[in-house]
Design a protein around this ligand. Structure first.
Ligand code: ADP
Ligand code: MG
Length: 143
């Protein structure tokens, strides 16, 4: 059982990564889709109870935010795998510009998240941690 935790500002490529790597194996928990924290919480708990691999496809930019999820997952004996989508603000803005309709977020959301971003560290409790680079190649950070 594993929780895959994404970390990345809007436009960094999280949902695309989910579609490319986890679509057929992991349930996706995503705020844009679920809209409310209550739904998110219910599904998060359900995945742990069901021992269902899942991806938390949210920005998770602060260490605090991640800590709560990591603690809960570990208690349920899940492995926690982190993917840090390490995307520069300028690049995220450019990608966001190319999106249409509801998929496009206000630029201020990107700036705000980038300002809050605390790069994840293995010591937070990740069993494995990966970095997705600007060119979408993936490298293992450690462990
Ligand atoms: N692996 C990729 N290859 C090419 N373009 C990508 C890739 N991942 C993301 N993108 C581009 O970046 C945009 C934002 O990606 P998305 O996955 O929606 O980001 P997020 O979910 O983090 O907001 C996409 O619309 C796409 O144009
Ligand atoms: Mg997304």
């Amino acid at each position: 059982m594993e929780l895959v935790l994404f970390i990345g500002i809007p436009g960094s490529g999280k949902s695309t990564l989910y579609a490319q790597r986890f679509l057929n194996t992991h349930v996706r928990i995503n705020r844009d889709m679920l809209k409310t924290e209550t739904r998110e919480r219910i599904l998060f708990d359900a995945c742990l109870r069901a021992k269902q691999p899942f991806v938390l496809d949210n920005t998770n930019v602060t260490r605090d935010k991640r800590a709560a999820y990591i603690a809960q997952a570990k208690q349920a004996k899940f492995k926690v795998i982190g993917y840090f989508l390490d995307c520069p603000v300028e690049e995220a803005l450019k990608r966001n510009e190319q999106r249409t309709g509801k998929a496009r977020v206000p630029n201020v959301a990107i700036y705000t998240m980038a300002k809050k971003l605390e790069a994840p560290e293995i010591s937070e409790g990740f069993d494995e941690l990966f970095r997705v680079k600007n060119d979408f190649t993936i490298e293992k950070i450690s462990s």
